[in-house]
Design a protein around this ligand. Structure first.
Ligand code: AMP
Length: 218
C-alpha cells in the first residue's frame, strides 16, 4: 500500500507514520528527516538543503524529488511505503505520479491530518527530537523521562532550528500557500481522507486505523 500522510508542520505526521509503519510493515519515508540526516552528516546537498530548512522555506522541487525518489527505489519500498512531508507542492505531486506510473503503480490513499493553528504552534514550540532515532518528545505533553536523553535509545535531544517562533510562523504560511493546493490535488482524485489530529497520539491512530481497515476491506 502506498500512503501519503499530509498536514501542516507539527500536526503529528512523523509520530503517526511510525504507528502506521508498525501496523502495515512498510517503511515510512520522511523528506524532512532525510534532510536533517544529510545535514548532520555534512553532505554537500544536506548543507544546501539546510540553508532553506533553517529559514522555514521549502527546498527546491528538483532537489527534493531526486532525494525522495532515490529512497523509493530501494528494495524495502517495493511493497509499499508511507510518505511523510512529501509531496508538499503540486509539481511534486505530478512528479510522484510520473515516477510511480513508470512502475505501473499509484498512490492508494492520502490521509490529511488537521488541527487548529493554536494546537500546532503549541506542539511545535515545545517539541524536542532525538538526534539518534528521531523520536519526538514535548516538554509539557510528552516530557522525556531521561531529561535531555531519549527514552527509547538514549540519544541526545535537541530543539530543531526551524521550531523557533518566527520560523514556525513562516512554515505555517508556506503550508497554506504551497501545500493546501496539494490537498485539493488529491481531493480531486478522490484519494483524500481528512482526520482530526487533536487528542493523544493513540486517539489519532485509532482514527487512522478505522480508515485503513475500511480502505483495506474495499
Ligand atoms: P519537516 O520535518 O517535514 O517539517 O521538514 C523540515 C523542512 O525540510 C521543511 O521546512 C522544508 O524546508 C524541508 N522539506 C521537507 N520536505 C520537503 C518537501 N517535500 N519539499 C520542500 N521542502 C521540504
Amino acid at each position: 500500500m502506498r500512503i501519503i500522510l499530509l498536514g501542516p508542520p507539527g500536526v503529528g505526521k512523523g509520530t503517526q507514520a511510525r504507528y502506521v509503519q508498525q501496523k502495515l510493515c512498510v517503511p515510512h519515508v520522511d523528506s524532512g528527516e532525510i534532510f536533517r540526516e544529510m545535514a548532520a552528516k555534512g553532505t554537500a546537498l544536506g548543507i544546501k538543503a539546510k540553508s532553506y530548512t533553517d529559514r522555514g522555506e521549502l527546498v527546491p522541487d528538483s532537489i527534493v524529488t531526486e532525494i525522495v525518489f532515490e529512497r523509493l527505489r530501494t528494495k524495502d519500498c517495493a511493497a509499499g511505503f508511507i510518505l511523510v512531508g512529501f509531496p508538499r507542492t503540486v509539481p511534486q505531486c505530478k512528479a510522484l505520479d510520473g515516477f510511480l506510473g513508470e512502475s505501473g503503480v499509484a498512490v492508494n490513499l492520502v490521509i490529511q491530518l488537521t488541527a487548529p493553528e493554536e494546537v500546532i504552534v503549541e506542539r511545535l514550540s515545545g517539541r524536542c527530537v532525538c538526534r539518534q532515532c528521531s523520536k519526538n518528545f514535548h516538554v509539557v505533553f510528552h516530557p522525556p523521562v531521561g531529561g535531555t536523553y531519549c527514552d527509547r535509545c538514549g540519544g541526545t535531544l535537541f530543539q530543531r532550528d526551524d521550531d523557533m517562533p518566527e520560523t514556525i510562523k513562516q512554515r505555517l504560511a508556506i503550508f497554506k500557500q504551497q501545500t493546501m493546493p496539494v490537498v485539493q490535488y488529491y481531493s480531486d482524485r478522490k484519494l483524500l481522507v481528512p482526520i482530526s489530529a487533536c487528542g493523544s497520539p493513540d486517539e489519532v491512530f485509532a482514527r487512522i486505523l478505522e480508515v485503513l481497515n475500511r480502505v483495506c476491506s474495499d
